[in-house]
Write a protein that binds this ligand. Sequence first.
Ligand SMILES: *Cc1c(COP(=O)(O)O)cnc(C)c1O
Length: 473
Amino acid sequence: MKALTALGIQPSVYHLNEGHAAFSTLEVARQEIERTGKSFYDIEADVRNRCVFTTHTPVPAGHDVFSPDLMDSFFAHYWTKLRLSREQFLALGARRLGDPWEPFGMTVLALRMCRAANGVSELHGHVSRKMWTILYPQRSEDKVPIGYITNGVHAPTWTAPLMAELYAQYLGEDWKTRVIDPKTWEKVNDIPDEELWWRHLVLKERLIAYTRYKVKKAREQRGEEYHKIQAAETLLDPKVLTIGFARRFSPYKRGHLLLRDAERAIRIFGNAERPVQIIFAGKAHPADEEGKRIIQRLMEWCQHSAIQHRVAFIEDYDIYVGQKLVQGVDVWLNNPRRPLEASGTSGQKVCFNGGINCSVLDGWWCEGYKTDANGQGINGWAIGEDAHTSDQDLQDSIDAESLYKLLEEQIVPLYYDQDANGTPHRWVQMMKASIKTNAPLFNTDRMIADYVSQVYVPEIATRVEPILAKVLV
Ligand SMILES: *Cc1c(COP(=O)(O)O)cnc(C)c1O
């Protein structure tokens, strides 16, 4: 807020991305009070009119809260500037009023001080309304004023140049300005299967060359034996069905779900005729011990002699690694514990490159996954089913079983059903469906248009009623 003021920028809307940013609404209020000499409650509605909020976190524990003591030590000088008492100030972040030990919640503050609020996928909107009904005691859950706008990715950034060139040729030179139009993507049908397939293979070869380079460097740095360092040069095979899995190794992402039955996984990956390979990338939060243990288990599994040339782990997942991965894999795997993935975007990046998603129906994939009349996925695969149980172990075993079955019965046979020239026509059909159905929806053009029409422009946007009873002391 202070930087914007110093630069002479007066935003017409302040968009808070997650609760961390919510103190800025108080600074909007402070400046307004200083300018007008009015009280906090007189300018509160005006501040709300200028602020909107996007929440990203589907677990209660993920929302920042601070103890009243901590608030005292940082804000004692501040509430006087807002012309509020300590109690009035602390009430702005209180879930329940009147409890002196109630922590100060950043999401509560944001919901209180913003005229509009949204989650980042349809399912996450649902979860958020349920989580915050406590703030709207007079409303039923479905009337809690938190909507949703599903995330999207920036097509020109995530589409490989080799694919972008193909789109320019078949969808029109100006395809990048028409990503939001489903008709643009219908023309994907005109691309010959062989053409799409060889470009994909080139991208896969590049990814594998890059993976070998990264793995070799990491082994050198760890001072591993010479023959192990050399083995990195023949790691993975471009002809083999290749799965990508890259993300933070938070436990809810279940990076080791595939290892639940380690022997069965080895049979799938080490199959002599129809092998499967997987590239993992990621890191755990330094304080996340369980996340680090998951990575350790994966690293151990990678050493197994039957599959050591079929599994790779790239350290230090960043945007560059991400780009290589989403552009080169056949299948993108995502198996979080539902409904803990608010949206997820990496699987969207894959679609622009003809990759196919195999994911739990969580976050954006809940909206992206499409089936035919027989309930078969036409643009990817859905892992597991919601057992409506709080028994995580049971849910994990249901999802793992489903993942193995999908690989064994659907994904592997489809990939290896190739003609004499090595083109898997049915697979390419699914690649095309992945592009056609997802590209027009899960892009930033559509997302920004939604934010403009549903949130930023207040004349169109639905107003959110202020929450809680007005305070108080
Ligand atoms: C896209 C991306 C993410 C977010 O993807 P998720 O689907 O939420 O995991 C995270 N890190 C990097 C480097 C990315 O490119």
